[in-house]
Design a protein around this ligand. Structure first.
Ligand SMILES: [Mg+2]
Length: 260
């Protein structure tokens, strides 16, 4: 996939309504988070855990990874098992003064998103301020009717994150998104797998996934090969979602189903 510095020009296209309803993940879906942002977030999380819990760096790293895998977001494990301030954590580990230099995305991203018919929402396990900062840097913030961030996934004081099922049902109900009209575009397979149970359509975007490494650091294999049964379409680039694009499973499959 061509990777270029972020867009600087914004197309004069307004958000569209109707169906389908695109639920876009943010990191490694709309931009190449693995380039600089994920390493910075991971480092900031580990440092925060070291300071907040007074643990060694190795243990902080383990907690970060374990909670991220188990709960979908490190924050959830921290709030469940430790007395931390979740809002302070989110703010500290997602604030980057040099964000513009860190953001990478596909060429023509704004036009690729803008040309998709239907409604578009962001569904991210990141915090809202971070999501909006990245979207603004990409020049696509106004193309989305709402950002559903991790703060919006809370219920009765408890934090939730993708791939929680009741959370998704609730936030889609609040956004008036019929499940049968939703298309989730994500890089994280476990989220797609869980949400496929709800009858949602799924697009697995693999173009930003980092190569899996051998212990010696060399690239072992491309992580986005094959198409699991819970993935309706596997794409490398958002170009493949353009109406009329004929590679892979055709767009018309989505379009025809949304119009019945
Ligand atoms: Mg992602």
């Amino acid at each position: 996939m061509p990777v270029s510095p972020h867009a600087t020009r914004r197309p004069r296209i307004r958000p569209r309504g109707g169906s389908p309803v695109w639920l876009f993940d943010l990191d490694n879906t709309l931009h190449h988070a693995s380039h600089a942002i994920f390493p910075a977030i991971n480092e900031a999380m580990t440092r925060y855990i070291v300071d907040a819990l007074s643990v060694e760096r190795a243990e902080a790293d383990q907690l970060r990874l374990r909670y991220g895998r188990r709960y979908g977001a490190t924050l959830l494990g921290l709030t469940r098992h430790h007395p931390i301030d979740p809002h302070d954590f989110l703010r500290v580990v997602h604030t980057f003064p040099d964000l513009p230099a860190m953001v990478r995305a596909e060429r023509g991203l704004a036009r690729l998103v803008a040309c998709l018919p239907g409604r578009k929402l962001i569904l991210t396990n990141g915090p809202e301020n971070y999501a909006r900062a990245v979207l603004a840097e990409l020049g696509i913030e106004r193309l989305f009717e709402r950002v559903i961030a991790i703060e919006h996934m809370r219920r009765r004081g408890a934090w939730h994150a993708k791939p929680d099922l009741p959370m998704l049902r609730r936030v889609l109900r609040e956004a008036r998104v019929p499940m049968q009209e939703a298309i989730l575009v994500e890089d994280t397979r476990s989220h797609l797998k869980r949400y496929k149970r709800l009858g949602i359509r799924t697009v697995w975007i693999v173009g930003h996934l980092p190569a899996l490494k051998r212990p010696d650091g060399t690239a072992a294999r491309w992580p986005g090969s094959g198409r699991p049964h819970y993935v309706d379409r596997r794409i490398r680039s958002l170009k493949s979602l353009r109406p009329g694009h004929e590679t892979g499973r055709p767009w018309s499959r989505f379009e025809s189903r949304t119009r019945t």
